[in-house]
Design a protein around this ligand. Structure first.
Ligand SMILES: [Zn+2]
Ligand SMILES: [Zn+2]
Length: 243
């Protein structure tokens, strides 16, 4: 299934089972032939996303890059599956996590030892499963034109050190990764490279944005009126997150 959110931004919902699987967003106006995917999903969750792209009339030759909001397993687990089908696509990620991917350091991917042993048992994950070439390392502050859609990259450390948000100002739209969700939830801050004080600052930055549409990587999306919800969420969590 693939759904239009606004012109130039489409949504393939994740399929959570006992582990989460991130949503995928497709950026780019169809006639541009220049499409970007945002995030991939959990291990073994690549094929239905490819099917969703194809059934939505998307020519995979037009997918030029995979942008990762961060590199947790539920976002990057099927990156290799997608690259096997879209081998010409570039990988773009924040520089803080790009360095981990390039040297095959999977500590951020797994987040902690418990997840690591669980996932290594469950899936065919070997030592090199999370070594990738990163074609562009983002820093935050870039204003990109992606297939006719303006996207500003915002560095949002806290949930992980290289988490980013993608802000489309003309539509007051934010792809928030795992930093903030709908329904009052925020990203966890107990995994490797997380920092609650940084998460607090990232959330406070987001609460000042003029937002209408919130596209998190899990659960419900918000198609209008996102700002008061974001402000409430941040107000409730800030005292808990400390400095
Ligand atoms: Zn995450
Ligand atoms: Zn996630």
């Amino acid at each position: 299934m693939i759904e239009n959110v606004v012109k130039g931004i489409r949504w393939i919902p994740g399929r959570d089972k006992f582990l989460p699987d991130s949503h995928v967003y497709v950026i780019g106006e169809p006639e541009s032939h220049d499409l970007s995917l945002v995030d991939c999903g959990l291990m073994e969750m690549g094929s239905y996303k490819i099917e969703a792209l194809e059934s939505g009339g998307i020519d995979l030759n037009h997918v030029h890059r995979l942008i990762l909001t961060h590199t947790h397993m539920d976002h990057i687990g099927c990156l290799a599956e997608l690259l096997a089908v879209i081998p010409h696509a570039e990988v773009w990620v924040h520089e803080a996590e790009g360095a981990f991917l390039e040297r095959g350091d999977s500590r951020i991917v797994f987040g902690n030892k418990m997840f690591e042993s669980m996932l290594r048992t469950q899936y065919a994950v070997d030592e090199n499963s999370f070594t990738f070439k990163v074609h562009r390392k983002l820093t935050g502050g870039e204003i990109l034109m992606l297939g006719g859609v303006e996207i500003e990259v915002i560095h949002l450390p806290g949930h992980s050190c290289g988490s980013i948000g993608l802000h489309n100002r003309p539509n007051k739209l934010l792809m928030s990764g795992d930093t903030i969700y709908a329904d009052g939830a925020i990203g966890r801050y107990d995994l490797y490279s997380a920092d609650s004080g940084e998460l607090k600052r990232s959330l406070e930055f987001l609460s000042k944005l003029d937002l209408d549409i919130l596209l998190p990587c899990h659960n419900r999306i918000v198609r209008s009126g996102a700002r008061p919800m974001v402000e409430n969420t941040v107000r409730q969590w800030s005292p808990i997150l400390g400095d």
